[in-house]
Design a protein around this ligand. Structure first.
Ligand code: CA2
Length: 144
């Protein structure tokens, strides 16, 4: 089993600012924890971060046939991107949406996700654990 892990815009800044919202771990720390969990589960992951909406669409499009599922934190594009939503729908791969913060308890504009209706589920509010729970969720879903 091979899972593509996608991190959206500004997540490369993790660990530098706003630790009260996003925690103090860096993106490398999160990727390392995901790699350890992937090893424990006996699966492969590939992690990719970009600030570009188009590059996220490109990676989702090219995932078909190479990956069994997508774990994605679309970051701010969650609340704006029909392009990423359409790419996930077209890829026809199971996707799990994750967020570090609880997007439902923050500003109203963050409560809307264009991605969630295309995902098998959404996990938010658990910091880096959202990613780990998300990886377990997509693993269990695919294994069934
Ligand atoms: O809670 C999440 O994971 C978010 O996807 C994070 C996005 C935000 O736009 C979403 O509404 C919720 C923002 C990521 C920006 O992360 C930074 C971290 C440190 C310093 C600056 C930005």
């Amino acid at each position: 089993m091979k899972i593509l892990v996608l991190h959206g815009p500004n997540l490369n800044m993790l660990g530098t600012r706003e630790p009260e919202i996003y925690g103090s771990l860096t993106l490398d720390d999160i990727n390392a924890a995901l790699s350890q969990l992937a090893f424990d589960l006996g699966i492969e992951i590939e992690c990719f971060q970009t600030n570009s909406e188009g590059r996220l669409v490109d990676r989702i499009q090219s995932a078909a046939g190479l990956f069994d599922g997508i774990l994605i934190n679309p970051a701010a594009y969650t609340h704006t991107s029909v392009a990423i939503r359409d790419a996930i729908a077209a890829a026809a791969l199971p996707a799990v949406e994750v967020h570090l913060s609880n997007i439902h308890s923050r500003e109203k504009f963050r409560t809307k996700s264009y991605i969630a209706p295309m995902a098998i589920g959404q996990i938010c509010g658990f910091g880096a654990d959202s990613y780990l729970l998300g990886l377990r969720a997509i693993f269990n879903h695919i294994k069934k």
